[in-house]
Design a binder for this molecule. Structure first.
Ligand SMILES: O=P(O)(O)OC[C@@H](O)[C@@H](O)c1c[nH]c2ccccc12
Length: 261
């Protein structure tokens, strides 16, 4: 059993429990349900976009604790000052130490840039929940969903006015997605082995049609990598640990962005 299988099995139980306690009606009544979502696609395609999607991540199964000393408010303020294109907030608690409250707190400060709810979506309930806590974008990880689920969850998100970042790591993942006009994130990290390989991502990128927005995720630690990825028409760059490992993630992000050529 891989760590991914473990996370998914755990998530399914967790969601079943929350679903039994929280009526959908309560989610729909949340004030965030009325706010107009901010478009990730638009933000990434703006002519002077930095393309950086900066993540708030306290810990991960592969690295353990990364940073548990900083507040989501300070990091959000710092990322916005650095002029990120978007924010990503881990809301998984058991494996990544994040919470839905983290996202809500970031949202209360960030009214300009899109926020991605980074979690393992295994049930439509979590998509309604994402909207209720103020997210603009959800993540659908192809490796943990069937073709049908990807299609249905994508449709539900769209109906709620949310965008989807479809995450792939292999050709097999890519084959599960209807590839037109989507935002596709290629995860450089294999979620089963934690191995990071940028070369692999670049090879897979050639299989993505031009009407899709390409995002490169994980293991990016040098501004020169961004320059390289831009050559392959990547528009978004999801970075977590490289910023979060620093005492001041916002400042680290600002320095990184100033070095992109
Ligand atoms: O910290 P990194 O190596 O910069 O990676 C960020 C992000 O890509 C990573 O956290 C991530 C990508 N896909 C995920 C799916 C679930 C949890 C986490 C992730």
């Amino acid at each position: 059993m891989t760590i991914l299988d473990k996370i998914i099995a755990f998530k399914k139980k967790e969601v079943a429990k929350i679903k039994a306690d929280v009526p959908i009606k309560k989610l729909v009544e949340s004030p965030n349900f009325k706010r107009e979502p901010i478009s990730l696609r638009k933000s990434l395609l703006e002519p002077y976009s930095t393309g950086i999607i900066a993540e708030f991540k306290r810990q991960s199964p592969s690295k353990g604790i990364i940073n548990d000393q900083v507040s989501v408010e300070d990091v959000t303020t710092g990322y916005l000052e650095a002029n990120v294109a978007a924010q990503s907030i881990l809301t998984d608690t058991s494996f990544f130490g994040g919470t839905m409250v983290d996202l809500m707190q970031a949202r209360s400060i960030n009214t300009e840039k899109p926020i991605l709810r980074k979690d393992f979506i295994v049930d439509g309930f979590q998509i309604v929940e994402a909207k209720a806590i103020g997210a603009d974008v959800i993540l659908l990880i192809a490796a943990c969903l069937t073709k049908e689920e990807i299609k249905n969850y994508g449709k539900l998100a769209e109906e709620l006015g949310l965008e989807v970042l479809y995450e792939v790591h292999t050709q097999e993942d890519l084959d599960k997605i209807e590839l037109s006009n989507k935002i596709i994130g290629i995860n450089n990290r294999n979620l089963k082995t934690f191995e990071v390989d940028l070369e692999h991502s670049i090879n897979l990128a050639s299989q993505i049609p031009d009407d899709c927005v390409r995002v490169s995720e994980s293991g990016i630690s040098d501004p020169r990598i961004i320059t390289g990825l831009k050559e392959y028409n990547f528009k978004g760059f999801l970075i977590g640990e490289n910023f979060m490992k620093e005492e001041n993630p916002g400042l680290a992000c600002e320095e990184f962005i100033s070095q992109i050529r």
